[in-house]
Design a protein. Structure first.
Ligand SMILES: Cc1cc2nc3c(=O)[nH]c(=O)nc-3n(C[C@H](O)[C@H](O)[C@H](O)COP(=O)(O)OP(=O)(O)OC[C@H]3O[C@@H](n4cnc5c(N)ncnc54)[C@H](O)[C@@H]3O)c2cc1C
Length: 354
């Protein structure tokens, strides 16, 4: 259902994640609730408190400032070239550089000078991104569809949703004029398959058409339970602003594509730290145990980057805690057989024609 498309996805990634997903409800290797989500709007309950904390620690945010390049001297990064929202350019010198940009942006920084020191970063050109973006439907009444995530398995646009009000501490009626009672937050994971209302893929739909089409697919799915959602319930909607309509091309552009863990991509994913001694990478594309483009993967890579930085700096500060995924010992014989078959050039045991 998610952007991990079955025809291109890495079996390594999906297999490892499948093991976690299956073990989770059984309480195997599980450290808490099954389906854990935020208890309020992301900005309010996560980003703002986190920014406050980082500022307290002495950091400064240069919001609206874009990194355009890195300057290399003596196999080290000496400065980052940035441009601010007024278009003013400057360079920032520092001792250490942590690049925490998405893969498709980070790789634009790998100049011939950077690649001369750390050539494996060129492999990042083989990493693939696809579209997975959200739309929020604001509702005049509660949409208690399920207490967790809902997968619309028959929806051509691979929709998933969550009804947020039931899970938030501060209720939606406390926001705005109080008319909105729930927010159905929807992920659209397939932007290439034609929809049921306009017969077009999401990439070719205007924002209004995307909203109407996604709403129609959700309603079509829920219909078998009577009218769960009616048109009169819809107050308004909000599409990810990263999606912008290009009138000339009659299609959308996407500023925030998602990394897809495609078959063979592991080889092209860099470690958090390599030969450029003062350059550290954090992001969901960095090699991690989690091995899936997620916040958990990005988080793990950031911990690895920080620990590597502390090592390089010779710091005696406490290191970030790191974790490995639970691997069920019962599956070890199967993993062994698979590794042996792979080494012998044979397909996976379960890879059979149907
Ligand atoms: C619709 C959707 C649903 C998802 N759902 C889940 C989920 O339920 N659970 C989960 O774990 N993961 C989920 N993910 C995946 C998760 O959001 C990402 O894997 C994660 O945010 C990646 O973190 P990151 O730090 O690598 O990159 P990002 O979060 O993308 O952060 C990179 C930052 O760099 C900034 N930036 C980009 N270019 C520049 C530049 N040149 N200069 C300066 N700054 C720049 C960007 O603005 C951005 O703020 C979802 C993703 C999507 C799109």
């Amino acid at each position: 259902m998610v952007a991990a498309k079955e025809n291109v996805a890495s079996v390594r990634t999906i297999g490892t994640m499948g093991e976690q997903f299956l073990g989770n409800p059984l309480g195997i290797g599980n450290d808490g609730g099954l389906d854990r989500v935020l208890n309020g709007p992301t900005t309010a309950v996560w980003i703002e408190p986190w920014m406050r904390r980082i500022r307290e620690l002495g950091a400064e945010f240069a919001l609206g400032t874009e990194v355009r390049g890195l300057e290399v001297r003596d196999r080290r990064i000496v400065a980052a070239r940035v441009i601010d929202e007024t278009g003013a350019q400057r360079t920032i010198e520092a001792d250490y550089f942590v690049v925490a940009l998405p893969a498709e942006r980070a790789r634009t920084l790998w100049s011939p000078q950077v690649l001369a020191v750390q050539p494996e970063l060129a492999g990042m050109d083989n990493l693939v991104t696809d579209w997975m973006n959200g739309i929020q439907f604001y509702l005049r009444r509660s949409a208690d569809i399920s207490r967790g995530h809902t997968a619309y398995i028959d929806a051509p646009w691979s929709l998933t949703s969550i009804s947020q009000n039931q899970l938030w501490r501060r209720k939606l009626t406390e926001f705005g004029d109080g008319a909105v009672r729930d927010c159905l937050s929807v992920d659209i994971s397939d932007w290439n398959t034609p929809g049921i209302l306009f017969g077009k893929p999401a990439k070719e739909c205007t924002h209004e058409e995307i909203a109407r089409e996604a709403w129609a697919q959700i309603r079509a799915h829920l219909d078998d339970r009577g009218e769960v959602l009616g048109d009169a319930d819809l107050h308004s909607w909000f599409l990810d602003p990263g999606i912008t309509w290009q009138e000339g091309q009659r299609r959308n552009a996407n500023a925030d594509p998602l990394l897809i863990n495609t078959a063979g991509s592991w080889e092209y994913r860099p470690q958090a730290h390599g030969a450029v001694e003062n350059l550290f990478l954090a992001g969901d594309y960095v090699r991690t145990n989690v091995d899936l483009a997620t916040m958990e993967g990005a988080n793990e890579s950031a911990r690895a980057a920080v620990n590597a930085l502390l090592d390089v700096a010779g710091s005696n500060a406490e290191r970030c805690r790191t974790y490995t995924l639970f691997r069920a010992p019962e599956l070890e014989p199967l993993r062994r057989i698979d590794a042996d078959r792979y080494a012998a050039g044979q397909p996976n045991l379960f890879d059979m024609p149907v």
